[in-house]
Design a binder for this molecule. Structure first.
Ligand code: 0FV
Ligand code: MN
Ligand code: MN
Ligand code: MN
Ligand code: MN
Length: 592
């Protein structure tokens, strides 16, 4: 039996309480770029095709297109510039080192450090000169250590030796009282690389006493809520813009907070929101024009969530084109992933993989069912468009490399599909060897690489496409964070065992033990990432393989995954309420 799937008409869900600043009438119909031909989908019960069980999009095309934002007006930029100048004065004013470090940290958390890069580097430079010899307390040593490492200065973990006990096996018990110091020690410990045992001990020690403080003390003061916030997510793992709004809220509660800084942060987030809305509109027009949702109704219609990802991954204001590009990649990755995980039959999946491998072979494309021809051509056109832009701007033909990453991805998808249909239960190692690719980070990072590298050199291109350790570390975190949030639903729907299930099968472990293990693998991957980030930022003579902005995006991809799948729930496919609230705050609701 053949059934034509009716094109769903999406309304703006809960338009009143959900997306307050999108004011589209609830009766607005999804404007249709009408299908010119109709694809017939086979009946699900007959073919055994699975269902994703994903809800429709929360935001429809018309309401996104009708967004209007007053913060695009020049008057706001002028006002912001005035505030930026005042904060610059603050930074160079008579202030002690600690005060300056605190201000730098705040500017970063509030998402406005980009306006002060030059000043920040100058200040850190002068602090760095005497950092390893100056006598300091735990608080300022830890804060300085973290900020210096974050900005690429090389500081040794040995600066913490003076806080250790006589045997050197742990930290001095007297420090247990210094809660502010411990909080910074905890934050600093997340900058560790492999083998940095002091930082490992530091984290354990700090967590023990911070936790105790929370258990003993139910005051809701700023310090206690900062501890909660930090234990939930250390600042080194936090993406900037998606977190900025809640940081402004928190800072407003601080008695000693400088009001000019807060005012700038509030204004700036509204200005950025106007820019983000324009970028979102553009990607939404592209998504609508592909007609993928109408033609392949089983795929996740998540263009807004795809865009949200990019605000965390590509954080520079000027990289709007890159955010738009990355949103499209996210949408293509999720679409093709849904074809493999949900809809396609094994035979179709072989054909599709074959078509991508052959790349521009019209004959193998002709063999595909119509719905796959659409995916194929959407991807093919996109990659060519990106390749063309890089060729024009940088004189480098990136297409063979981009294509390799997409081939690697679909081959990894196919392996999972074969495991699923044959009932194969991989070991965790076997699973991970494939799964760090099957999460989709490899094409994402390859496309970003060509955009965020100014002069493209052979060494960089090869390191990227041999999947340098930092690439693999980022993809590993992306995969594991995703498994933490999505694998229960996936296995229930019908999928290969994911990392958690592989560990449980092998070790006869409980789900919680498996999650604990997965968290520890993520922590190891962060050590690799930190080491490589420090190398990339180091101001020495060794040639840089990767640009600073690219490395920043590589780390942010991992951060964003931890953010979206926080608390082990799916903030992307299932639009989990915590992420959804944040999405509205960042993209739709003005900060009043
Ligand atoms: C993964 O979905 C998914 F949708 C992600 C990671 C969000 C989109 C953004 C990127 C592609 C970075 P799913 O859990 O279905 O992936 P797997 O690989 O588990 O099928
Ligand atoms: Mn923050
Ligand atoms: Mn999937
Ligand atoms: Mn998949
Ligand atoms: Mn998943």
């Amino acid at each position: 039996m053949q059934v034509a799937i009716a094109k769903p008409t999406y309304y703006l869900h809960n338009s009143r309480n959900c997306v307050s600043s999108i004011a589209a009438p609830a009766t607005t119909r999804r404007r249709s770029l009408q299908p010119r031909f109709s694809i017939h989908f086979s009946d699900q019960t007959q073919t055994g095709r699975r269902s994703g069980g994903y809800q429709p999009a929360l935001w429809d095309f018309d309401s996104i297109q009708s967004l209007h934002n007053q913060y695009k007006e020049e008057v706001h930029r002028t006002r912001a510039q005035g505030l930026i100048d005042q904060v610059k004065m603050l930074l160079v004013e008579e202030m002690d080192h600690v005060g300056r470090l605190e201000l730098i940290d705040e500017l970063h958390m509030l998402g406005i450090s980009c306006h002060f890069e030059k000043e920040i580097i100058q200040i850190l430079n002068s602090i760095y000169l005497n950092y390893e010899t100056d006598q300091r307390d735990l608080y300022s040593t830890s804060l300085g250590f973290r900020l210096l490492r974050q900005y690429g200065f090389s500081v040794s973990q040995e600066v913490f030796d003076c806080f250790k006990n006589d045997e050197g096996s742990g930290f001095m018990p007297s420090l247990a009282q210094d809660i502010k110091g411990l909080l910074q020690l905890y934050e600093a410990s997340f900058l560790l690389t492999h083998g940095e045992n002091t930082l490992e001990l530091a984290r354990e020690f700090a967590i023990k006493f911070l936790q105790k403080k929370l258990d003993d003390d139910d005051d809701d003061d700023y310090l206690v809520s900062s501890i909660w916030h930090a234990l939930e997510f250390p600042s080194h793992w936090r993406v900037q813009m998606p977190n900025a709004r809640s940081c402004i809220d928190a800072c407003k509660r601080r008695p000693d907070m400088n009001p000019i800084v807060v005012e700038l942060a509030k204004l700036d987030i509204n200005i950025v929101q106007a820019q983000f809305q324009d970028e979102l509109k553009e990607t939404s027009r592209w998504w609508e024009s592909t007609c993928l949702v109408q033609k392949l109704p089983f795929v996740r219609d998540r263009i807004v969530e795809c865009y949200l990802w990019t605000t965390g991954v590509i954080q520079r204001r000027e990289h709007g084109y890159e955010r738009i590009m990355l949103t499209k990649i996210n949408a293509l990755v999720t679409t093709i992933d849904d074809v493999f995980d949900i809809y396609g039959t094994v035979e179709e999946l072989h054909q599709f993989t074959n078509a991508i491998q052959s790349w521009d072979d019209i004959e193998s494309m002709k063999q595909l069912p119509s719905y796959m021809q659409l995916c194929y051509l959407a991807l093919y056109n996109f990659v060519n468009e990106m390749g063309y832009a890089t060729l024009v701007e940088k004189g480098f033909n990136s297409i063979p490399y981009l294509r390799k990453t997409w081939v690697d991805l679909v081959e990894a998808y196919l392996i999972e599909a074969k495991w699923y249909y044959s009932g194969h239960k991989p070991t965790l190692e076997e699973y991970m060897n494939n799964a760090w690719i099957s999460i989709g980070g490899v094409p994402i990072l390859s496309h970003i690489f060509f955009r965020l590298t100014d002069s493209i050199e052979k060494e960089g291109v090869e390191s990227m496409h041999k999947y340098h350790d930092i690439i693999r570390a980022s993809c590993t975190i992306l995969r594991l964070a995703d498994d933490m949030g999505t694998s229960l639903d996936e296995v229930e729907r019908g999928d290969v065992p994911k990392s958690i299930q592989c560990y449980m099968n092998k070790k006869n472990a409980s789900e919680e033990e498996a999650r604990e293990h997965v968290r520890s693998v993520m922590a190891e991957a962060w050590k690799t990432m930190n080491g490589e980030m420090m190398r990339a930022a180091a101001d020495d003579d060794s040639p840089l393989i990767f640009s600073k902005y690219f490395v920043e995006a590589v780390a942010n991809l991992a951060r964003m995954a931890q953010f979206i799948y926080q608390d082990g729930s799916d903030g992307f496919g299932m639009q989990h309420s915590k992420v959804n609230k944040l999405l509205r705050g960042l993209l739709f609701d003005r900060y009043a």
